[in-house]
Design a binder for this molecule. Structure first.
Ligand code: ADP
Ligand code: MG
Length: 291
């Protein structure tokens, strides 16, 4: 495209809150084959909240008290949901010793000589904790597109917390528009298979890839590229900045992290996924005009 066409195209984008940082990105956008969307914070609101509680031989308040005390020290959106819930109810928060964050799995800490683990089934397996008594309950939560967090105290499951993160209002429509542009649409998430499957079904992506560790998200992008597919990656930067950099075009949600906005070629200032479809269309029109 000519410099003038690029300038006009970028200007039109900027007017609508779509910041396209380079001419290359504007040219490449409509040529991508695969559009990968991160789930948490991109397809969903990324502001999860506690909606289910199952204490096991423990007082509900005590369960939350232990879990929230540990989660207070984690920056994960799920952790914030647990801590906010406890704060809202005025539930006691303990001091924690030896806090550890296990990326993509959960957290560990000690409270008054008791060992607390809060996280997913993989975390429990890693520590050899039997979860058979809550498996059915976890499956039920997950099938509804929610995330189940398990709380273990001294190597025993003491409860499950169900957390919901709503799908954004425009996600489904935006995905439909991108599919109409003949792009393959893929959802990527660190969340478990059943939760991912439910959300994928709700927004109707072509494919979903679940249980991907943060450090492996860029590898998923690379894998498509190794099959000669050009990739547009859309994320909020919590765990996905390297994937944004790896992609042929990286697109950040404006409400995402600073690192996402720095890593991306395109920024959706209004944090509206419909603008992703708009950006692809703008790219097509800009390039077509000069041919
Ligand atoms: P994503 O941002 O794609 O949902 P993450 O890789 O950040 O995925 O997390 C993957 C999974 O690890 C979560 O769905 C959750 O089950 C578990 N997890 C990670 N951090 C925590 C935490 N602080 N508390 C509880 N569970 C956690
Ligand atoms: Mg994320």
């Amino acid at each position: 495209a000519t410099p003038t066409a690029i300038m006009v195209g970028s200007g039109k984008g900027a007017e609508l809150g779509v910041l396209i940082k380079s001419g290359e990105a504007l040219e490449m956008l409509h040529r991508v084959d695969v559009v990968i969307l991160d789930k948490t914070g991109t397809i969903t609101e990324g502001r999860p909240s506690v909606i289910d509680l199952k204490p096991i031989f423990i007082d509900e308040e005590e369960l939350i008290s232990y879990a929230a005390s540990i989660e207070r020290l984690s920056e994960h959106p799920l952790a914030e949901a647990v801590y906010e819930y406890a704060k809202d109810k005025g539930i006691k928060i303990y001091d924690v010793e030896d806090f550890k964050s296990i990326t993509g799995h959960g957290v560990y800490g000690r409270i008054r000589e008791r060992e607390i683990l809060v996280g997913n089934t993989k975390l429990m397996k890693e520590y050899g904790i039997d979860i058979s008594n809550v498996e059915e309950y976890i499956e039920d939560i997950s099938k509804h597109g929610r995330t189940a967090i398990i709380v273990a105290i001294d190597n025993e499951v003491k409860g499950v917390i169900g957390i919901a993160d709503r799908v954004k209002e425009n996600s489904k429509r935006a995905i439909e528009l991108i599919k109409n542009m003949k792009k393959k649409v893929v959802m990527l998430t660190g969340d478990n298979y059943l939760t991912a499957k439910a959300i994928a079904g709700e927004v109707k992506v072509h494919e979903f890839i679940a249980e991907v560790l943060p450090q492996n998200k860029a590898d998923v992008v690379k894998e498509y590229q190794s099959k000669n597919k050009r990739v547009l990656m859309i994320g909020d930067g919590i765990n996905d900045a390297p994937a944004l950099v790896q992609a042929d075009v990286g697109m950040a949600i404006g409400s995402g992290t600073d690192i996402a906005i720095e890593s991306a070629d395109v920024v959706l200032m209004k944090s509206d996924l419909l603008d992703a479809a708009y950006a692809i269309e703008l790219s097509r029109k800009t390039i077509k005009n000069i041919k």
